[in-house]
Write a protein that binds this ligand. Structure first.
Ligand SMILES: Nc1ncnc2c1ncn2[C@@H]1O[C@H](COP(=O)(O)OP(=O)(O)OP(=O)(O)O)[C@@H](O)[C@H]1O
Length: 259
């Protein structure tokens, strides 16, 4: 298989559990280089746990995660640290350090993974902050001084701090008004196009799925029951998928897209 056709991320035979509570069992998923993949599923089906397992925060009980064909669980610490420096992660709610300014928040991963001089880190941080559409006053502000949408952008700037290849976003538009959410969606697509990123988004936002996702994975019954472009999913007869996409909210999103 050539490097281009090897999936960037491959989840194979994944099982995760908390005690006796099995969250995933026999879950397979491939994320292709350069795509924006959305992950949907009912509440509590394990979307966040899957993302956390893909970024190594939770260890699989069985199965393996591969990056570029290399097994995450078998990597030496240095290789793993290098790989992690190529991921940008936006957790639910932004997860900014409240005692640090936005600039210091964005500098945090740089301090952890690089030896750059402080002044250069600050300059790079300000560039990342500007890239996410925040104004010149934003770097010196503290998270408590930002609106929900600005916090998301600041969290995204931090996710971009180390020039990642892959962005993991956990419900990036949750809590935003529809205009703010649409603007955030556009920003993610523009960043993907400009920076050649691969993007994995956990979302409940039907508009995000329609607007920017190349493919959508559906989590149900402890595994991915479908992975397809949205137009194909709309034809899928799985009961949860049918209800999700053809229920009232799904129909509204479809109609909005068709104008
Ligand atoms: N640290 C933990 N300890 C025990 N159980 C956990 C832990 N984290 C998650 N779980 C359980 O794992 C299951 C999946 O949780 P997860 O947060 O991944 O769901 P989700 O699909 O992201 O839900 P939502 O859409 O509501 O955010 C849930 O039943 C949850 O209670």
């Amino acid at each position: 298989m050539s490097a281009a056709s090897t999936p960037l991320i491959e989840v194979r035979g994944l099982k995760t559990a908390f005690g006796t509570h099995v969250v995933h069992d026999g879950l397979n998923l491939e994320v292709r280089r350069g795509e924006i993949m959305g992950l949907v599923g009912g509440s509590g089906t394990g979307k966040s746990v899957l993302m956390n397992t893909m970024i190594g925060l939770k260890r699989p009980d069985a199965g393996e995660i591969f990056y570029n064909g290399r097994a995450l669980g078998k990597m030496a610490d240095r290789e793993r640290a290098r790989l992690e420096s190529h991921w940008g992660v936006l957790f639910q709610g932004g997860a900014l350090f409240s005692a640090l300014t936005v600039r210091e928040n964005v500098m945090a991963p740089m301090r952890e993974h690089t030896d750059l001089p402080r002044a250069l880190m600050a300059e790079l941080a300000d560039m990342k902050i500007a890239l996410t559409g925040l104004g010149p006053e934003a770097p010196a502000k503290f998270p408590a001084e930002l609106s929900g949408g600005m916090k998301k952008r600041a969290g995204l700037a931090r996710a971009l701090a180390l020039d990642p290849d892959v962005l993991f976003l956990d419900e990036p538009t949750a809590g935003l008004d529809p205009i703010g959410a649409a603007a955030f969606d556009s920003l993610i697509r523009e960043l993907r196009d400009a920076l050649g990123l691969t993007v994995f988004i956990v979302t409940h936002d039907l508009d995000t799925l329609f607007a920017i996702c190349d493919r959508v994975a559906v989590l149900a019954e402890k595994r991915c029951v479908a992975v397809a472009p949205i137009d194909e999913l709309l034809q899928n007869e799985h009961p949860w998928i049918r209800e999700y996409f053809r229920g009232p909210r799904g129909r509204a999103a479809t109609m909005a897209r068709e104008g």
